[in-house]
Design a protein around this ligand. Sequence first.
Ligand code: SF4
Length: 907
Amino acid sequence: MNLSTDHLAVRTTCAYCGVGCGVQATPLADGVIAIAGDKLHPANKGRLCVKGSALGETVGLDGRLLYPQLRDAGGLRRVSWDEALDKVADGWRAIIDEHGPDAVALYVSGQLLTEDYYVANKLMKGYIGSANIDTNSRLCMSSAVAGYKRAFGEDLVPLCYDDLELADMVVLVGSNTAWCHPILFQRILKAKEARPEMKLVVIDPRRTATCELADLHLPVKAGTDVWLFNGLLSYLARIGAVDPRFIAQHTNGFDAALATANVDCSDPAAVAKICRIELAVLMEFYEAFAATRKTITAYSMGVNQSSAGTDKVNAIINCHLIGGRIGKPGMGPFSITGQPNAMGGREVGGLANMLAAHMDLERADHRDVVQTFWDSPAIADKPGLKAVDLFKAIEDGKVKAVWVIATNPIVSLPDADQARRALEKCDLVVASDIMQNTDTNAYADVLLPALGWGEKDGTVTNSERRISRQRAFLAAPGEALPDWKIISLFAQRMGYGGFDFGGAGEVFDEHARLSGFRNAHGDVPRAFDMSGLGGLDNREYDDLEPIQWPVRRTAAGELQVEARLFKDHVFAHADGKARFIATAPRAPMHAVSEEYPLSLNTGRVRDQWHTMTRTGKSATLADHIAESFVDMHPQDALLHGVREGELARVSSAWGAMVARVQHGGGIPRGSIFVPIHWSGQTSSDARVGALVNPVVDPVSGEPEFKHTPVRIEQFRVNWHGFILSRDELDLDSVAHWTRVQGRQFARYELAGRNTIDDFSGWARGLLAVRDPEADWLEYEDRSAGVYRAVHVVNDRIEQCLFLSPRQDMPPRAWLASLFVKDQLSEIDRVGLLVGMPVEKGADTGPTVCSCFGVGRNTICQAIVEKDLKTVPEVTACLKAGGNCGSCVPEIKKILVQTRAEAEEARL
Ligand code: SF4
């Protein structure tokens, strides 16, 4: 009998980062989804990182928003689609009639598929007649867009991923690629393994996991990148590492850019001082850059998320233009996008300052192309409000209705409490989402259920301009609809034609055809052209293989694709030339001060995604880091009176949060790092967006997430504790809590200020144990303030709670492992109140390799007992690090530490 499930496998694309890996999803029995990398996808060739591998754990229906709902005095109530959409349409119509089209807005997301994005943009710019549609991609890559547009004339990523393997030197700037784009990082490492002479340089204030495998790390002071790259431009000019022919024939603005760079950055010693790095390290980088023609400078949020983000991008591009290092294999500037479809949003004009298909709002000929193609009653003719300004306008009452789609601005925007105030004041808030409870949905007047990953159909575009299909393999749950359909139904209710799409394929077709309309041989040429994909029938759309744009059809009907751009050194400015941009360096607007002496840097952790509405469902992903943290230098901790392992309150002029202090993230003196993922749903007060200053880049409007002046102080509590519970708990009565998903339980870390007189009664109340006869094991040391309780039902652990005035509680891994057992053994029961197994080796420790579930204790034990010396030896022994490779830097660190400790003990 053939038991193969291959015929059930659906080829789709990962829902997370901009690498855009191909995924093979196979629905099995009981709702289980087997996930594997798609060997045929050119981005990942079969590999997936741990987030991609865990996609199957995130598709369950728990917590899903399944029906339209309206909020009235009695709270939310379920309504029909008709009633919900009538409410939205009536509200928008009344507001537009009274206040004009700019009084309504869409705030959308890089999580949307291109088809969703296209319809949303068409609605706002062609029918409502306002450009008030912005996207959370504004928060991650709008500086990259603005930089490309200034330099090349259009938002054009010159390179493809293969170039990263062809380069002789890859410079990663402001990018913890090992954690945030793991498969791309693995591709770079594999290339380096094959060609050890290939150099990897990392420019990052933090010593991240990416640095562990780099040849050179420049730990520059945050915000000094323009000095660094202006210094490089100046150096390259000085030593003659220039291509005068290329500069003369293919660029403008060189003299002005060089003169600006020379003002402050012609002396490497001065640059090294400003960047706070050693001169020798700076010169090693400059000399290597000059000597290595095939160099790629890849950058990400550390460059983009800055009030000088666009200048940083152009300072980097300038250094490639000076040597004509662009348009050839293995060289050029390369922005790596954060979200799965930030690029698709750029194509359709999802940003408030763009028109569809890379055309400009400010250009009458572009507006004419788009309006003529859409045959629309209106066309926006001025930029709309960018994300931060949009929420200010909502609070000011200028924008009276906002529709938030697939994003969570109350968590992710800077000055996030301001976003909350804005939504509180807004006359009509609509939210389309896949989850019922999010921080943002709590303020929605109308909730609209959208399809999620695995349920919806469409396309996404990754960082190398590759369009891939996301395909449905699950039935639509409840009454959820695809976003493009929801928007189309709304548009039809508003009386607009042009929204009678029969499916995602028809939307894609229109998008592809618009890109070619009056383009290649027409009167308004643009580089963005995917007209070769216009006219696909449903079958061809369903079967579409990953393909890069530009993609056109030859006269013979063949698809013609350009893997890398500017091969002929013709750029998209009207004169065909690229622009050097003069980038005068400037410091972040808000300097640290006596009141706020530290600089806050924010970012992602390895195994979580954005506000955890999806990755938060996966126990595998929660294993790596279970609560928010403040990473800082030990000397700063000492100076500010906080201690590793204890809670601290971090505050800025905009807001405050609480998280646990830790060291070890390679944080330089004077700054701290906090992850972005925790929200009001997963913590009492660990939402870092509330602290972030709302300063934005003047060109791109991208906020300064990498620098906010803050202070840190002890968060005093009387006790610490943790709970593992099969049921969700209401912990609002405790001073601080965070929550992550375990296997068949939720894990809460908590701390309190209250004095507990009756431990047992208090614990039963907190755990909602009402039955006085419950199987309740407890231990109390009243004088020491230590209390432990375990609730067992039918010999199965139901809940456990550990409290102490100190941080001396047992590790959680072994207790967590008991929740997958149907029955506790006698030996398990012996260890319960100690929180430790009786048998040696049963506690594997905190997870290091999420792919194979290998804990730190297991790795340390193997290193010592088997005398393992290298990461490949650890992988051969335990499999750890053998799949996505994201944990390899961590294993390398553990190896060094464990061997050093073992050596010390031996001596
Ligand atoms: S690197 Fe990981 S998160 Fe990014 S697309 Fe690939 S599998 Fe998904």
